[in-house]
Ligand binder design. Structure first.
Ligand SMILES: *Cc1c(COP(=O)(O)O)cnc(C)c1O
Length: 364
């Protein structure tokens, strides 16, 4: 049996008729940018998260860099970010000229609150938390640190749509929750798309102005903005999927539950959530000291895997200018050498799950 790491075709087939009907409706409407689909999606997604306002944008990276831009974080400012995040989180900081200060993660791949305070300086303006792999971070400890030091809190929720801490959804704890709807994300579009969730009405308005060349009224430009609009077609597709978000999330949670219960190979370390957190399992990430051999073994059984991520941002060529060398973040670097994401997607059959579980249990 061949099992791929992800199957976006399955996610499409689950609601194929709804997607196709809605897409035709938008195509025939004659209105393609900033119309009723975007407004409706923004309202529905804000309601879904429990945040007050949602503003649709062109991508998750745009959500991040525009968030820091509108929070006035730029040259000379520092933002604390976990070392094991996806590099786009860091680009959101550096695109504004600000400096990322890397923190080591905890045992659950999340921001480690105990590592934050030692990194705070006079230049620290914000903390960026990534709920990596769809596992919520320790917000009960992180929020008070932000309050105590008067720091902004931005959440990278590109992988955590619907994940909660203490019953509250990620993306609603701080100043801005940044979302990506890239096709492979838990809430995926059929192209690039993103959004922010904020509780402050004035800030929401600033995002709306910024995404449209800095204009509120056509051809009257208040600020130098960007073109970062979510288009009608993607918004409409996202609305279709959002209506099924609960069942989509529960399906992934059931697969994760099976993996956690049935994978019992002593050579494999399973992912664990912090207390009071839920996971939506954007990825199910194992750790294995003998990872390269495990990858080869699974490949031979036609089971595809992905490493999220093989090179931590501080060691990426793009960030050589920051001057960090190997050994700077030992925990992060060890994770980069040992993590492995196994197949996890909506529409994964029981047989596929069993095949993956048995293969991993037979690895020696
Ligand atoms: C996907 C992702 C992003 C970037 O989102 P895009 O929509 O691809 O720009 C940012 N951060 C994390 C953690 C991601 O997984």
């Amino acid at each position: 049996m061949k099992v791929m790491p992800n199957r976006m075709d399955r996610g499409f087939q689950m609601y194929q008729n709804e997607f196709e009907t809605k897409a035709l409706e938008v195509l025939r409407s004659g209105w393609y940018v900033l119309g009723k689909e975007v407004s409706a999606f923004e309202e529905e997604f804000a309601a879904y998260t429990g945040g007050k306002y949602c503003v649709g944008l062109a991508s998750g990276l745009d959500a991040l860099w525009i968030a820091f831009r509108l929070l006035n974080i730029g040259a000379g400012d520092e933002v604390i970010v976990q070392g094991n995040t996806y590099i786009a989180s860091v680009m959101g900081i550096t695109m504004n000229g600000a400096t990322p200060v890397f923190a080591e993660p905890d045992e659950h791949f999340g921001m480690d609150p105990e590592k934050i305070e030692a990194l705070i300086t006079e230049k620290t303006k914000a903390i960026l938390v990534t709920h990596l792999y769809g596992m919520a971070s320790r917000m009960d400890e992180i929020v008070p640190i932000c309050k105590k030091h008067n720091l902004r809190l931005v959440e990278d929720c590109a992988q955590s749509h619907g994940a909660c801490f203490n019953g509250q959804m990620t993306g609603t704890f701080g100043d801005v929750g940044c979302f990506s709807f890239y096709p492979s994300k838990n809430l995926g579009a059929f192209g690039d798309a993103g959004a922010v969730v904020v509780n402050d009405e004035a800030l929401a308005k600033e995002f709306k102005i910024f995404r449209n060349y800095g204009s509120e009224k056509r051809y009257y430009n208040k600020v130098v903005g960007a073109n970062s609009r979510l288009d009608e077609l993607q918004a409409a597709m996202l609305r279709v999927r959002l209506a099924h978000m609960q069942e989509l999330t529960e399906e992934k949670q059931k697969i994760a539950e099976r993996y956690s219960k049935e994978i019992n190979n002593p050579a494999i370390k399973l992912p664990t959530l912090v207390p009071h957190a839920t996971g939506v399992w954007h990825q199910y990430v194992l750790r294995c000291e003998d990872r390269e051999r495990l990858i080869d073994y699974l490949n031979k059984k036609e089971i595809g895997t992905i490493i999220h991520y093989p090179i931590p941002p501080h060691l990426a060529e793009a960030y050589a200018y920051l001057g960090h060398k190997e050994g700077f973040l030992p925990i992060t670097e060890h994770l980069a050498k040992t993590v492995l994401s196994i197949p996890m997607y909506n529409g994964m059959t029981d047989d596929e799950q069993t095949y993956v579980i048995d293969a991993i249990n037979n690895f020696q």
